[in-house]
Design a binder for this molecule. Sequence first.
Ligand SMILES: NC(=O)c1ccc[n+]([C@@H]2O[C@H](COP(=O)([O-])OP(=O)(O)OC[C@H]3O[C@@H](n4cnc5c(N)ncnc54)[C@H](O)[C@@H]3O)[C@@H](O)[C@H]2O)c1
Length: 367
Amino acid sequence: MKSWPAIDFGHTSYDAAFTRGDVYGVVPDAERAKRRPLTVAVAGAGGVAQAKWIPAIRHLQTKGEPVAVTAIADPRAEVAEKAAALAGSAAFADVAAMLDARRPDILLVLATDAAHVPIATQAIELGIPCLIEKPLARNFTEATDLVRNAEQAGVLLASVANKRFSPPYAMAKALIEAGALKSTPSVFTGKFTLGYPYVDLLEGGTVHLLDLVQWFMGPVSKLHARGIRCDDGGLLSAVVSFAFASGAIGSLTTSAAAMSFKPWERVEIIGRNAFLVVDDQIETTLYDDETGPAKSWRPVVPNTLMFDEAFGGYAGLLENVLDAVRGLAPLATPAKDGAAAVGLIEAIRRSLAEDRDVDIAAEGLAP
Ligand SMILES: NC(=O)c1ccc[n+]([C@@H]2O[C@H](COP(=O)([O-])OP(=O)(O)OC[C@H]3O[C@@H](n4cnc5c(N)ncnc54)[C@H](O)[C@@H]3O)[C@@H](O)[C@H]2O)c1
């Protein structure tokens, strides 16, 4: 491999720092300013809306993106009002009333999991594109029905797969596409652990890796899962083995018996006499030479960027969805991919319950 992929790894770009003297990346950007201005409405104003998405919108606005938050809806009045004040927009108690009053160009569906499908369905009926938080739906049938409704109505539907836009994972993908593994990926190993018990291990956390696994490796054809249950019957830990349609194989270990504030995520992908590792969504390392050095990338901390909005992948994902609504870029995270991750969750649950291989296509679990 002769040239390295041009991934912004969270640092101020060379051009901004050394040519433009614009280390914060705030100098007006004439090209960006010419894009069609879009209004965004937000459904659900809790943790992820306030801590991730409103800052991601601010990050894009700071870089000159013509986007504005028009309204925020949440049935918890004080939460809606606080978030609306943060975003400089209007507060509503009800999503339908908000959509009627404001007709946004795009709706961010950031509400509780169970509200994703009903809220997105209302928006699709009005022809309003949506970006929907993970998990796309609570089960595979609802997920695929939603995707089909949107396709029939011709409405753009995106699913949150923010890790794809996080530089260490974007770097891994770009390295693979540039042939750094010297073959197509042949083996995937993933680890995801957390310590807090209040989220569902598969839908709340592992779903991120269930998106990444198919993004890196292509469709899963079969899987088999083994698990350990908590006293209340919930899933405590699971190990999943995958066969991919490409002929590659893989495994994923996920556990709620570990800790949340310690290393919790690792992806390893083997090609042929070369492999790469993404550790805790912070560092990507390529091992492609028995005797030469490993090549690794990680951000300098602190740097001058507003960190999590860009590094967490939220701003990059949102920027892509805005451009997809404008017709300027292909949508990188179609809702169909969110449905595919929900399909894997369903397959893992079946495999755990019945201790058997689940054939994804034969059991209708591929969207
Ligand atoms: N991408 C990520 O890494 C990430 C991180 C955290 C959460 N999430 C997802 O984001 C979503 C929200 O998570 P959170 O942590 O902000 O939860 P939260 O409980 O803090 O907030 C959810 C909000 O949705 C509101 N809500 C419920 N029903 C609604 C409805 N019908 N209309 C409008 N609002 C409604 C609730 O009142 C609450 O304020 C979840 O689906 C979660 O899985 C994703």
